[in-house]
Structure formats: structure tokens, C-alpha cells
Design a protein around this ligand. Structure first.
Ligand code: FES
Length: 200
């Protein structure tokens, strides 16, 4: 009591789920700080963001799945940009909000398959609960539901990753640039307010 919380480093498995969950942003994860990931989001969306799919992919499954798609030379449109996190549980709500504030066309959050594949046991469940709640809120604010996608891709599913990006690119085309830009414009002041506490 009266003392700040302390992480016992030797017991930390390094998923980063607590960092994303902490409502006071009081925890940081080495090499995956909010500032580092925000910088990656902004760099990935620097040019024509409304035509990009920004993917947050967990290291052990979905990022490896995207890598397999590449090394297997499966073709898919060059619309996606990947940001690697150790576990999908690290994907903070604020990362998704920042992506849309920067004008992203679509956001993909992908992790290991439910129920047992997460290398940190339950990070994917934490991500699912957090992202489903966020998706509901964003839809109420006017975001088209297909613009935030939650998926599960294993390290062996290069084909699934390539097909997913193809499908999302088609959905993005169907929605149309004008609609995406109009939605982003409407959302901007709300997201800006929500993110103002970050100071990043
Ligand atoms: Fe992939 Fe946790 S390590 S979702």
C-alpha cells in the first residue's frame, strides 16, 4: 500500500498483455514500448493510408504465417503493412485508435488460434475480448465493421494469410476510398480526444 506496483522480471514471460491492459499506462515492455509502436504505425501510414491494411501480428503464429506466405512466394496485393508484437495480447486499444486517426483503410489484429495455441496461454483471449469491445464502440461511432478484423493465423498458414489479405483488399475496394476517407474524417476529432492523454 502506498507503493507503486513492481514487476518481478524473472517471472515475466514477455507477452506484453499487462502493458496493453493497464488503464493507467503504467507498464512498459522493453523493445515494444507504446512510443516505439506508435512510431511504426505513423511510418507505415505515412503515404496513402486509406489504401493500407495495417496488421498487428503476434510473433509466434501470425507474423510467422505472413513470413511463410513470403518465403513460399504466395502472391497477394501489396496493401498490407505488418507490425510485430510478441503476443496479440500486446495490441493496445490505442494502437488501433492511432491507426484510424492516421487514416488507415483497414486494421487487422491477428494472433494464434484459440483455444490453446497462444504461447503465453491466454494472450489471444485477452486480445479477443479487448478488440471485440473496441470494434463495437467504433461501429457505434460510424466505422464500417469490416474495417477492423480479428483473425487467427498459425505459423503454418501462409496460404490463409495470403488469402486473408486478398479478401480484405477486395473489401477495402468495395467500400471505396471516398467512404473510408469520410469515415476517418468523422472519427478524427473523437480519436484525437481519446488519444490526447497519451502525450506521444
Ligand atoms: Fe500468438 Fe499469444 S503468442 S496470440
Amino acid at each position: 500500500e502506498g507503493e507503486p506496483a513492481v514487476i518481478t522480471t524473472a517471472m515475466c514471460h514477455g507477452c506484453g498483455t499487462c502493458v496493453a491492459e493497464c488503464p493507467a499506462d503504467a507498464i512498459t515492455q522493453m523493445h515494444f514500448t507504446d512510443a516505439q509502436i506508435f512510431a511504426q504505425i505513423r511510418a507505415a501510414l505515412e503515404e496513402i493510408p486509406e489504401e493500407k491494411i495495417l496488421g498487428f501480428l503476434c510473433n509466434w503464429c501470425s507474423y510467422a504465417g505472413s513470413d511463410l506466405a513470403g518465403t513460399s512466394r504466395f502472391e497477394y496485393p501489396p496493401t498490407s503493412r505488418a507490425i510485430r508484437v510478441m503476443c496479440s495480447g500486446r495490441v493496445d486499444r490505442d494502437f488501433v485508435l492511432e491507426a484510424f486517426r492516421q487514416g488507415a483503410g483497414m486494421v487487422l489484429v491477428a494472433g494464434c488460434h484459440l483455444p490453446y495455441d497462444c504461447h503465453y496461454i491466454r494472450g489471444n483471449y485477452k486480445m479477443k475480448a479487448r478488440m471485440e469491445a473496441l470494434a463495437g464502440m467504433l461501429q457505434k461511432l460510424g466505422l464500417s465493421p469490416e474495417r477492423l478484423r480479428i483473425e487467427y493465423v498459425s505459423a503454418a498458414e501462409g496460404v490463409k494469410f495470403a488469402d486473408l489479405i486478398k479478401e480484405m483488399t477486395e473489401q477495402m475496394k468495395t467500400l471505396g476510398k471516398e467512404k473510408i476517407v469520410a469515415e476517418n474524417k468523422k472519427l478524427y476529432p473523437i480519436l484525437d480526444r481519446m488519444l490526447s492523454r497519451k502525450g506521444i
